[in-house]
Design a protein. Structure first.
Lengths: 268, 301
């Protein structure tokens, strides 16, 4: 549902000319099944199946927030801002002995090829819930009674929704650390896709469209525990187990990037 | 979810009893309460089912097929499955107003993830009436009437039963030239056909992690003690269709593996139970028809 008074843009966004060959391939209406893994065993962008895209991560983007981080991974661009801990305004009878974590995950209206609404849709609400489940185990909420922490993640550009959730989890935990909130461990997320019985790490939107299913996993890399997992697509049980293992390893790799970003000297 | 409070003593009691292998209602950790499944109980729908678990959980599912226009961006030759779950405030007063929003969204998305795509097993191409123009929209609407724990599993059982017993009206198409195709929905009930692929629909099993142990089919009190749970959906051929973690606690990798294994075994048992129940009810129905008896009317309460 578009609110005509607020945004008077067109329903569909059209990429400007010359955005590269990669764009013209994924247009709807093309019949031929896309080739995801070439004969040389490499993917279209030259990556190995188990290789994630290079990741850029930096803290301190939003000046007004208690902590913030920006992540860029391929075409995905995500901003996370953490506010709090603040006093919990809503009085709950239960759960007051621990702090509360509120997450808001939002795709920008212009994040993808098809324009998204400015109101949160079912997917964004679900991803907000997933983020809350993924991050809460890592935060010392028991040290923050009667308080609340707010996390806002804005996806500026997306490349597959599962990869966006994984990026959101990673960038949000970096922002939490930047805010100086006590945590047990960082949380890193990873998305994988199943293509022809193979597990592809960190799928682009085009690869995800050709995949039989996707799995998103988030993990506390030092402790080893999984904090969130979800999977869709009918695949064999053993392949899912393999995907869990591969994505768990990738989460450990991403941990290195997060550490580096947090230890980097801040630019003034 | 019921927002009742649980004292630390009660929590300890439940945790230690699970570790010793007996739960407070006498079941073992992997014992399921016997579900109660009734189908075809709402005459104005194309298919319906109700699943009750234990003395609480009560889920009512209706299936209605409507003619819609195809989605051209995905090829234009497939039908659609649209899921919606609503928790009635009668189940829990906290569901009043917007109180159930989060639960509704969680259950709707979980159902969507498991059955609305190709992983659900339904033959979406068979739901297309006129390629590039019209298709069937299968609306799966679920109503949660009461919550006695383990809503997700009961929901999936009711959805499978409702879709397996649904009958979609037959259609005839006629080419009127110039690339135009007209279709007509046949009124004859006897020509209505089952939804192709409904036997491949997955069933969900929820496994709760409580302390160091894990249990299936948790009661609301047990759910309050659980730090995390996983919902696994398997279809008849043993493929994993959907998997999702719930709750805000971490799960160790080895524990996750054993929880998934428990879910896998339980799903196999549950699938054969639901299928057996559907066959039994169909047989009963056929027998009554043969004898010319009126079908036993299904009372809601």
């Amino acid at each position: 549902m578009t609110d005509r008074r607020r945004i008077q843009g067109p329903e569909m966004s059209v990429p400007p000319l010359g955005m590269g060959e990669e764009d013209s391939q994924g247009l709807p209406g093309q019949d031929s099944a896309p080739v995801v893994i070439g004969k040389d065993g490499l993917r279209n962008d030259g990556r190995l199946p188990e290789a994630p895209r290079p990741m850029f991560l930096r803290t301190g983007l939003v000046t007004q927030a208690s902590g913030s981080a920006f992540l860029e991974c391929g075409r995905i661009k995500a901003v996370a801002a953490v506010y709090g801990p603040r006093q919990e305004k809503r009085q709950y009878f239960t759960g007051a002995e621990t702090g509360r974590l509120y997450c808001e995950f939002k795709f920008s209206t212009f994040s993808g090829r098809v324009r998204r609404g400015h109101q949160r849709d079912a997917l964004e609400k679900e991803y907000s819930q997933f983020m809350q489940q993924a991050l809460a185990p890592a935060i010392h909420l028991d040290l923050l009674p009667k308080s609340a922490i707010d996390i806002y993640v804005q996806i500026l550009e997306e490349d597959g929704s599962a990869a966006a959730l994984a990026a959101a989890i990673t960038v949000a935990s970096t922002a939490l650390a930047d805010a100086g909130i006590e945590m047990l461990d960082m949380v890193t997320g990873c998305a994988v896709g199943y293509v022809d019985g193979q597990v592809l790490v960190d799928c682009t939107a085009k690869e995800a469209a050709a995949a039989q299913g996707e799995l998103v996993l988030s993990r506390m890399p030092s402790m080893g525990d999984y904090t969130h997992i979800h999977h869709a697509g009918s695949v064999e049980y053993d392949l899912v187990m393999q995907a869990v293992e591969v994505s768990g390893d990738t989460c450990a790799k991403i941990h290195g990037v997060v550490n580096k970003a947090l230890l980097a000297p801040k630019e003034e | 979810m019921p927002s009742s409070l649980l004292s630390p003593v009660e929590r300890d009691f439940i945790r230690s009893s699970i570790l010793s292998g007996t739960r407070s209602d006498g079941r073992g950790p992997s014992d399921y309460r016997t579900p109660e499944l009734v189908t075809c109980l709402i005459p104005q729908t194309d298919g319906s089912a109700r699943c009750r678990l234990g003395d609480g959980t009560d889920v009512l599912v209706s299936v209605k097929a409507e003619v819609g226009s195809v989605d051209l961006s995905s090829g234009g030759d497939t039908g659609r499955v649209v899921c919606n779950v609503e928790a009635s405030p009668s189940a829990n007063q906290s569901f009043e107003g917007r109180g159930a929003d989060e639960l509704n969204n969680e259950l709707t998305r979980a159902l969507d993830r498991a059955i609305a795509g190709p992983q659900g097993g339904l033959d979406l191409k068979a739901l297309c009436i006129v390629p590039g123009a019209h298709c069937w929209d299968i609306h799966v609407d679920a109503l949660i009437l009461d919550d006695g724990g383990n809503l997700m599993d009961a929901l999936f059982m009711a959805v499978r039963a409702a879709l397996c017993t649904s009958r979609i009206p037959a259609t005839t198409t006629q080419d009127v030239g110039e690339g135009q195709v007209e279709f007509e929905v046949v009124d004859d009930v006897d020509q209505a056909k089952a939804i192709a692929g409904s036997k491949d629909l997955p069933l969900c099993v929820t496994v709760h992690q409580i302390g160091e142990g894990h249990v299936v089919d948790a009661t609301p009190t047990e759910a309050l003690c659980s730090s995390a749970q996983i919902h696994v959906s398997f279809n008849g051929s043993g493929q994993l269709c959907a998997l999702q973690k719930g709750g805000s606690g971490p799960i160790e990798p080895s524990v996750l593996m054993s929880m998934m294994q428990t879910g896998r075994e339980q799903a196999k048992k549950l699938l054969s139970w639901v299928d057996g129940e559907l066959v039994r009810q169909e047989k009963l129905d056929k027998e009554q028809r043969r004898l010319g008896q009126a079908p036993t009317s299904q009372a809601l309460f």
